[in-house]
Write a protein that binds this ligand. Sequence first.
Ligand SMILES: [Zn+2]
Length: 224
Amino acid sequence: MAELEKIKKEKQRKRYADAPVFTDKASYRPDDVNETGLCFVGHEISEDGKAMNQFLHYDQLYTIRHGWNSPFFKGLLDGKIMGTRCPICKDTWVPVRTHCWNLDCDLAKTEWVEMPLTAKVHTWTVAGWSGRSSLKRLPIVLVYAVIGESKVAIANELHQIEPWNVEFNMPLKVVFRPKKERKGIITDFHFEPAEGWEPGPMTEEKERIQNLIEPVYKWVSTLK
Ligand SMILES: [Zn+2]
C-alpha cells in the first residue's frame, strides 16, 4: 500500500508544477463599481514572476488564471508585446500558443520572444454599436492585426484614423497607455497608423462606409 502511495505521489509530482506563491498584488477596485458593468479590479503576480492571475468584476468577482500564458499579460504591464515561438520550426504567435501547431514539431513547447511594436491590418470592421461603457466612443474601428511575423492576428482598436480610411495591410504601430494606467489587460494598448502612412484617395467604397457612419456620429453627439 505504501508503495502504491509512493508511486501515486511520484506521478503527481511529474504531472503538476508546484503551486505558485502570489506576492506581488495590485488592487484598483473603484469605490463606485456597479453590478452591471465589467471592471478589472486587480491582479497578482507570483514570487517567481511566472504566473499572473487577474480579478474581473462582472456582476460577480471572477479570477482569470493565465497560467503558462502569464508572460503575455505581464508584458503588457511593462509596455511589451510578448509572443511565443516554436524552437523547431520558428513559427511565432500573438495571441500566444503554448505548443506548436505543426504536426512535425510533435507539440513542442514554445519559447517566449519580445515582439516588435509594429503590425499590419489583416482585416477590420467599424462598430456602430457597443456595450454601454463604450457608446460615447462610437464609431470604433476594430482590426485584426498581425504583429511582427506572427502567424495569427490579434484583435484590438485602431485609433487616429477616419473609419472609412482603413486599408487592408496598412502598417500600424502598437501604442500603450501610460504605465500607471496599465492593468495587464488587452486594452492596455491599441493600434495607430504607422508614422508617415497616408490614406489613399477617396473611393466609392470609402464613401459608402462614410455614409453608413455619419448617422452614428450624429447619434453619439446627442448622448449626455
Ligand atoms: Zn514548430
